[in-house]
Design a protein around this ligand. Structure first.
Ligand SMILES: [Zn+2]
Length: 199
């Protein structure tokens, strides 16, 4: 897929996610790697209902903005994207959600469990609803190094390609936009179901 087609597809996806409440008040951030391996991340402070392909800027592996985009500010959470590409080199797309149910589920927890839901089968390696999914919750921080270190320390717990940040939201990642979006939608659904069942 050419760069312009990927940009068009991911931009449309982000607008759709915004309509479903995943990115209120300019929140969330997104990235992808193009055919040449270049990494593109959303710039800071965009209303996601109006996002355009020109809102993606190129960064290096450490998250430094590359020319000619130096005058633009990348998302404050760019370090999380870099950490995911570093930990899982096959990753091509990283998506983020501030889904309200995911936010409230994580309070005072270091992991969240899901069991018995049919939609668990959307996740890699899960063949039956009877499996127990344990998803890590990482402490919220503005310090991207702290989040990166926790992701590295808990790498084995990231096998479902999703992690949560306490009272913040969650990230999904995959080799295609289709797969990353599927994981995001499935996980959002699981969080809503789990919260409602607990009430
Ligand atoms: Zn966020």
């Amino acid at each position: 897929m050419s760069n312009s087609l990927i940009l068009e597809a991911i931009t449309r996806c982000i607008r759709d996610l915004n309509c479903s409440g995943h990115s209120p008040a300019t929140s969330t951030n997104y990235s992808f790697r193009d055919e040449e391996g270049k990494c593109w991340v959303t710039r800071s402070g965009i209303d996601k209902s109006f996002i355009n392909p020109t809102d993606f800027i190129e960064i290096d592996r450490e998250g430094k903005v590359l020319p000619p985009y130096e005058h633009m500010t990348p998302s404050a959470e760019t370090g999380i994207h870099c950490a995911l590409y570093e930990l899982f080199p096959n990753t091509q797309v990283v998506l983020h959600s501030h889904e309200l149910y995911a936010v409230v589920l994580t309070q005072n927890l270091s992991e969240v469990h899901f069991e018995g839901y049919e939609l668990q089968k959307a996740f890699p390696g899960v063949d039956t609803h009877q499996d127990k999914l344990t998803i890590p919750v990482i402490a919220n921080s503005q310090d991207m190094k702290a989040i990166r270190n926790e992701l590295i320390a808990r790498k084995n717990a990231l096998k479902y390609q999703v992690f949560m940040i306490e009272k913040h939201g969650f990230y999904t990642w995959a080799e295609t936009l289709f797969e990353a979006k599927k994981l995001l939608e499935a996980f959002s659904y699981l969080c809503r179901a789990e919260w409602l069942i607990k009430q």
